[in-house]
Design a binder for this molecule. Structure first.
Ligand SMILES: *Cc1c(COP(=O)(O)O)cnc(C)c1O
Length: 437
């Protein structure tokens, strides 16, 4: 499979080059040259296959012959090595719990796949790679964990000061070794802009071999299709109609992977882009006008994104046809008050504890199902409630037990370097660091 640059279709890269580069010229995102369809019989029989088989079938065409089959099998088997259960919450709403991985975030799945592909590709190269990543919360932890102590790879994470939860911050700042955390005195969009500038800075790129680990990177974006298949495998056991899928969305990588799986033949009734007050896409779906706003801080901070990077991929998937986009995706914007109210109601009525991101998805799905009776669906549970205790305690008066696996983490010392949202500061850090290694 080849990938082309959405900003300059003449630039193409194979899977290895696209993974190592992260993005193309002019900060363009890579996009697969073809959309390989699923075998309809295979989709009907999903329940007969192991998670590893499903992940392998899903990914093999995108990887091509650049990773030998036995290695790809080992990679996908590690990628889906924790449980991903589809749990029933209410009569018509389920939750696909994607938060049982090492950092309790759905991003573990994409990050594990990507880190293992990248280490495989770098094995024979003499280069050291710096993975530069902007995070609004969970990406950093998942990426740091995925690359921790990987030979040949340094990770530099930028996160917005005071805008990530305590557990998230600990996951970013306590690993040490090949992981550095930069605490940016600004918003997630500031972090993302700094990262984008670094990628196009000649001096930095002459000194360092930079790559991204956001869902911009195809090796992080594409494996997210896998859990939509794993959800359907479980859905088929009890439900006849295709599901409505509500995806809590920020940078739109997650929902974009689901739509890709749908266009390959996965049966889905409809997609919901569930956003907090950072709702440029829901507004676009109503007005056909894409206007970006300043990021507003909310309780679901991993979705505080004013300018979602993956939206261009969604447009491309639909050949930029607005009607087709609108018929497949509905957008909802859920504010903090409604988020808290949803956590409270769902906990009281169904004894199911949502965290703010999943609550946004739940509120949006509930509204859609009221407007479209007779349908059923599931939300993507993107993070474990323990990562957002402050918000949850505002909604329901319970204290969340910190799981054993996190207790050690909470005692570790935070190590971060504070910078202003000023590219010169990031540049100095990266250039100094490259001299030091
Ligand atoms: C990153 C994240 C999201 C948003 O995912 P995108 O792919 O950026 O749309 C939603 N929920 C949580 C908990 C996240 O960490």
């Amino acid at each position: 499979m080849n990938y082309y640059n959405l900003k300059d279709k003449k630039e193409t890269a194979d899977f290895k080059a696209a993974t190592i580069k992260g993005q193309g010229r002019d900060k363009g995102l890579f996009f697969p040259e073809s959309i390989p369809p699923f075998d309809p019989q295979w989709i009907e029989d999903l329940h007969q296959f192991s998670n590893e088989d499903i992940a392998f079938q899903c990914m093999k065409d995108f990887v091509g012959n650049q990773v030998p089959a036995d290695i790809l099998r080992a990679i996908v088997s590690e990628t889906v090595s924790f449980e991903i259960p589809l749990k029933k919450i209410s009569g018509n709403i389920y939750s696909l719990e994607l938060f049982h991985g090492p950092t309790l975030a759905f991003k573990d799945i994409g990050a594990r796949f990507m880190s293992r592909c990248l280490s495989y590709f770098l094995k024979d190269e003499n280069k050291k790679v710096t993975v530069l990543v902007a995070t609004s919360g969970d990406t950093g932890g998942a990426v740091a964990h995925g690359f921790y102590k990987t030979p040949g790879v340094n990770v530099v994470i930028l996160y917005p000061k005071n805008k990530v939860s305590m557990v998230q911050e600990k996951q970013l700042t306590t690993l040490g070794e090949n992981i550095s955390a930069l605490e940016v005195n600004g918003s997630f969009d500031d972090c993302q802009n700094l990262v984008k500038q670094a990628f196009s800075d000649q001096e930095i790129n002459a000194d360092l071999f930079l790559t991204s680990a956001n869902s911009i990177n195809v090796a992080r974006w594409l494996p997210q299709q896998v859990y939509y298949l794993l959800a359907l495998k479980q859905w088929q056991k009890t439900e006849k109609q295709p599901p409505v899928i509500s995806v809590p969305s920020g940078n739109f990588g997650n929902i974009c992977a689901g739509i890709l799986a749908y266009l390959r033949g996965l049966p889905v009734e409809h997609f919901i882009a569930a956003c907090n007050e950072n709702d440029s896409v829901p507004r676009y779906l109503k007005t056909q006008e894409l206007l970006y706003h300043e990021t507003v801080p909310t309780l679901s901070n991993a979705m505080d994104v004013g300018n979602p990077s993956n939206f261009v991929r969604i447009s491309e998937l639909f050949d930029n046809n607005f009607e087709n986009i609108k018929n497949t995706i509905s957008g909802y914007s859920v504010n903090d008050e409604k988020t808290l109210q949803t956590i409270r109601n769902v906990y009281t009525k169904y004894h199911y504890l949502l965290e703010p991101h999943s609550a946004v998805a739940y509120a949006a799905l509930e509204q859609y199902l009221e407007e479209n009776p007779g349908k059923k669906g599931f939300i993507l549970g993107t993070a474990h409630p323990v990562k957002f205790p402050e918000a949850i305690e505002k909604a329901v008066q319970i204290e969340i037990d910190i799981p054993g696996s996190l207790q050690g983490l909470m005692k570790k010392e935070k190590k971060s370097i504070e910078i202003q949202p000023d590219f010169a500061e990031l540049k100095r850090f990266l250039l100094t660091k490259s001299k030091g290694i």
